[in-house]
Design a protein around this ligand. Structure first.
Ligand code: ZN
Length: 418
């Protein structure tokens, strides 16, 4: 129970848009819920209960000057006609409306444009989850999230989700994280395996303004590439390679080379992929069925979240640039910078990058911690865009392996996923 004396020690927040709705409504008093961060002197006031409440909950009564407070309420909020509110003598801070929430971004990006854009994010792991939140922070208004995994312990060190999210569907947990940054964002959650639901994905590709492929396997990259080609959409692919010693980002622009022009005939080589998760590696065949636990530990290698972030950050910038292309905003100059379609990043001078130059003394060599861009050209023999007539969406994965004359299909077979 908050006493009259306690009122003065608290800081109150309320949703300004809902407060305005109340002012304009015919009702003179309504009840609500207050959530108190105990011992921190902070109370959040809501007109309706939150799906996931926090701290101590109080019954709230909002009343206009001519309204009457409910007797049972522990927090009494007096609302004036000008949309301001007070608890006792303390002013309530209004959380800005949709139009004003991201005014600090104004000039840098086109908020009106971004709030109407629909972004499809496939894969909500260490790459996809921070991308979703960054785009929400920038003011992107519509999200479609695709991932059938749940938040597990091994995710936490590289994921935006926290211990409180353990066991939840990543689509739900990341949706909450988006709403935490932009409560006005519309989020469609699809906790499905895209590779098994291509009919649903076709519809989503058709509606999306941009597609971000953040998965950890080539089968979904292949299907993404296929649908980008079919629906003439811009798509951005990002991946980390083993132990996140580095990674790359590819952007597909309709009419240009596809992701598999880049990967060439080695695209199904499992050693090219970072193995971050035993279960998914077993599914994809990156870990053989007979592998011992010791073998598994040697194969499953993850990098630090800080090693993944440069890659997801690059994807965010490319996405914002593409979404606001031609809008003459503060990031328009990037349209002159990011004309290429392939970008490479190295975190450490290891393995693939062991012969790279030292950061401080490169001697003309590429060094770690800098982006290098290049233009991948279309490959006439490309499995996907160079040979379309042989392929059909959904049926093409194993066919394309055979078409390339692979004689080692057993090891690469896609076992039935659970
Ligand atoms: Zn291609």
């Amino acid at each position: 129970m908050i006493t009259e004396d306690d009122y003065k020690k608290q800081v109150y927040y309320v949703d300004g848009e809902l407060l305005d709705d109340f002012v304009k409504s015919d009702s003179t008093a309504v009840s609500g819920v207050g959530y108190e961060w105990e011992n921190e002197g902070v109370v959040h006031l809501h007109f309706t209960p939150r799906e996931h409440g926090f701290g101590t909950q109080h019954i709230v009564s909002f009343a206009k000057e001519n309204g009457t407070h409910s007797d049972s309420a522990t927090i009494l909020v007096d609302v004036a006609n000008d949309g301001t509110a007070k608890v006792g003598d303390v002013d309530v801070t209004c959380i800005p409306s949709r139009e004003n929430l991201y005014t600090r971004n104004k000039g840098l990006i086109e908020l009106d444009i971004l709030s109407n854009k629909r972004v499809l994010i496939i894969g909500l792991g260490s790459g996809g989850s921070p991308i979703a939140v960054e785009l929400a922070k920038a003011g992107v208004g519509q999200f479609v999230l695709v991932d059938f995994d749940r938040v597990e312990l091994h995710n936490l060190s590289r994921h935006i989700c926290s211990i409180e999210d353990l066991g939840r569907l990543k689509t739900d947990a990341v949706c909450d994280a988006i709403k935490g940054k932009n409560p006005y964002a519309e989020v469609i959650k699809l906790p499905i395996d895209m590779n098994k639901n291509l009919d649903i994905m076709e519809e989503e590709f058709r509606k999306a303004d941009i597609i971000l492929c953040c998965t950890d396997n080539n089968k979904s990259r292949f299907n993404t590439s296929d649908l980008l080609f079919k629906y003439k959409k811009v798509g951005i692919f990002g991946r980390a390679i083993t132990r996140a010693e580095g990674g790359d980002v590819f952007i597909y622009r309709p009419g240009g080379p596809c992701y598999f022009c880049l990967l060439g005939n080695d695209w199904f080589d499992p050693t090219q992929e970072e193995v971050t998760n035993e279960q998914s590696a077993r599914r994809s065949g990156q870990i053989a069925a007979y592998a011992s636990q010791d073998d598994v530990e040697a194969i499953v290698q993850v990098g630090l979240g800080a090693d993944i972030e440069p890659i997801s950050n690059m994807m965010v910038k490319l996405a914002l640039m593409e979404l606001s292309r031609g809008a003459n905003s503060g990031i328009s100059s990037l349209e002159q910078e990011f004309t290429m379609n392939y970008y490479i990043w190295a975190n450490r001078r290891e393995r693939h990058y062991s012969n790279w130059g030292c950061f401080t003394n490169s001697d003309g060599m590429p060094t770690i911690m800098r982006w290098y861009g290049m233009n991948i050209t279309a490959n006439d023999d490309c499995t996907l865009c160079g040979n379309r007539e042989k392929l059909a969406v959904g049926e093409n994965f194993m066919e394309s392996l055979r078409a390339m004359g692979s004689d080692n299909l057993e090891g690469l077979a896609l076992p039935e996923e659970n």
